[in-house]
Design a protein around this ligand. Structure first.
Ligand code: ATP
Ligand code: MG
Length: 229
């Protein structure tokens, strides 16, 4: 079963992707042409370069997400499932994102203990990465992201909690849709494409896990994923 499992969804997805790719490319092409033709004044050049830079970053992150999706298709099909320590994966992800958090003057906290999950390594890594990345991205200077992996009985529970901007109830159900972003301007600034949580949802389903979210605007967001029943 593919992440984009039927042809109608696939068509819709392709149309969305094409649109999302075209928008930043149009900006890049337009501004660089103005500079090339000498139609940009001295003071315009820097502003145009900034737009070109911002839109290139957006393209890069979009392409990354699309690659993730297609890797996921492969992973789903070949699906090598094994017993994996989720705490070990969380440790790797936190190490990967440490620098990004520091750069934005935020703190990453990891806690928990060895907890086994029957799953796909690459998918589980992407799952924790996307949630932690969101915790950093939708946060304020001085903010925190807590990642915890624990188990009770034969359940393993992953908790990613932040004290960031939060999500209002009207948006909470929709953020798992592909390309859905609450604040397009903020996401543009941070380079988000709105695919991260769609990927998370897919991975949760693939592992027959359950997802629970609580969030309050201005307070923060907590996402809990429970494996194994
Ligand atoms: P990317 O595909 O790069 O992850 P993204 O972060 O915009 O882009 P998602 O991860 O799918 O996409 O998130 C969708 C939207 O949900 C975000 O744009 C943001 O508005 C909101 N969101 C997600 N996580 C959080 C969070 N922890 N706190 C506040 N808002 C969030
Ligand atoms: Mg994201």
């Amino acid at each position: 079963e593919n992440i984009i499992h039927n042809s109608k969804l696939r068509q819709e997805f392709t149309a969305n992707v094409t649109h999302e790719l075209k928008t930043p490319l149009t900006v890049i092409s337009g501004y660089s042409e103005l500079i090339e033709n000498g139609m940009a004044g001295q003071e315009d050049v820097q502003r145009f370069a900034k737009e070109i830079h911002r839109n290139s970053n957006r393209l890069l992150s979009l392409i990354n997400d699309i690659l993730q999706l297609s890797e996921m298709d492969v992973a789903t099909n070949t699906s090598s499932m094994e017993q994996i320590d989720l705490y070990e994966i969380a440790t790797n992800v936190v190490n990967m994102l440490e620098l990004k958090a520091e750069k934005h003057k935020m703190m990453l906290h990891l806690s928990g203990e060895k907890s086994m999950v029957f799953g796909n390594r690459m998918m589980l890594e992407e799952l924790i990465y996307n949630l932690t990345d969101n915790g950093i991205r939708y946060n304020n200077v001085g903010g925190n992201v807590w990642v915890n992996v624990n188990h009770k009985d034969n359940h393993t529970i992953l908790t990613v909690k932040d004290d960031g901007i939060g999500i209002s109830t009207e948006h909470q159900n929709r953020i798992f849709e592909r390309f859905y972003r609450v604040d397009k301007s903020r996401s543009k600034l941070t380079g988000g494409t709105g695919l991260g949580l769609a990927i998370v949802k897919h991975i949760v389903e693939h592992h027959e896990a359950s997802l629970h979210m609580t969030s309050e605007v201005g307070e923060g967001t907590t996402i809990q994923i429970e494996f194994g029943k």
